[in-house]
Write a protein that binds this ligand. Structure first.
Ligand SMILES: [Zn+2]
Length: 314
């Protein structure tokens, strides 16, 4: 067990933090200016390279993890064939272990309406940075990189290894995944190798959570009974069968998940109630003529807490 930090060391780190802020901001602005919108997953190689080059300048050994064409087709079926590149930086300390792995995703969700600034401009206004991903979560990547840098510049020597990863496809996740999931599958993050993982996702500033929300994509096919459009009462409309499926999924899953991750911490639950729910994104009823739909497919995603098991390594 390492000794806790002495008060003068903590003060040195706080002083050092002030000296890295400008660099962290510039690093973040550079990331925001690379649109990595997912879906479909644009600009990943450029953003991975940008993060990797910065890590290299800070003394990390850097590795880029790409997908084979077969992996791309399987792990990013909604990715329009665009390349997926993850980056991992490794900074050894005086001992190989423990290994502390910081993880952040570089993809951002599409831009909605109503922006008063360029969403990919990284503009600073009234002490805040504006841009898609400033919060979720290129800001987290900048923070995790420069938190370590502040410690080093305070003159403290790392006792173990620090790793930093910038990954793709967190926003789309999937049953398997081209980002963090791939790092787990390929052994970059494993129970034997990795002692701790810190994911710098934005939440409340004073919250530390176990787990990470995710999504599993799937299709549900409902089967009704076809009838003529003038006599719908003789059939069963497959589209109408979709709603109970989503409702059931939400109700059955919600409470057990809350207790599993957070025990019975009422305060935590009130603040951020967890839900797993079906989020339909597309519905397609097969309608021969004007008849009542006999079958329909509901494509969507369950959100929340489906990737946590990939990351639970200790
Ligand atoms: Zn996020």
């Amino acid at each position: 067990m390492q000794e806790p930090l002495r008060s003068e060391q903590k003060e040195a780190i706080l002083r050092s933090t002030g000296t890295v802020v400008d660099e962290a901001i510039a690093f973040l602005q550079g990331m925001i200016r690379i649109p990595t919108v997912n879906p479909p997953g644009e600009g990943y190689p450029a953003c991975a390279r940008y993060i990797g080059e910065q890590l290299h300048r800070l003394g990390y050994s850097v590795e880029y993890i790409n997908l084979t064409p077969a992996e791309l087709a399987e792990l990013a079926p909604y990715g329009a064939g665009l390349p997926r590149t993850n980056v991992v930086g490794r900074l050894p300390g005086s001992h190989a272990s423990p290994v502390l792995h910081f993880n952040g995703h570089m993809d951002v969700v599409p831009v909605g309406p109503g922006w008063s600034t360029n969403p990919f401009g990284g503009e600073i206004r009234n002490g805040r940075i504006f841009g898609r991903g400033a919060s979720d979560m290129k800001g987290g990547i900048a923070a995790q990189v420069y938190a370590i840098e502040a410690i080093r510049r305070a003159g403290l020597h790392l006792q173990g290894t620090v790793e930093q990863s910038g990954v793709v496809d967190e926003e789309s996740t999937g049953n398997r995944n081209a980002g963090t999931g791939l790092l787990v599958e390929r052994g970059y993050i494993t129970r034997n190798h990795t002692d701790y993982v810190v994911i710098t996702e934005p939440l409340n500033a004073d919250n530390i959570c176990l787990g990470h929300r995710g999504a599993i994509w799937g299709e549900i096919t409902t089967f009704g009974r076809q009838s003529h459009g003038s006599t719908p009462e003789r059939g069963v409309n497959a589209i109408e069968l979709e709603q109970p499926a989503g409702h059931t999924t939400q109700c059955e899953r919600r409470q057990p998940l809350i207790q599993h991750h957070y025990g019975r911490d009422e305060r935590q639950q009130r603040r951020r109630p967890l839900q797993r729910h079906l989020r339909p994104s597309f519905s397609h009823g097969r309608r021969p003529g004007s008849s009542t739909p006999r079958t329909t497919r509901l494509a969507g995603a369950t959100s929340q807490d489906t990737t946590w098991f990939l990351l639970r390594i200790c």
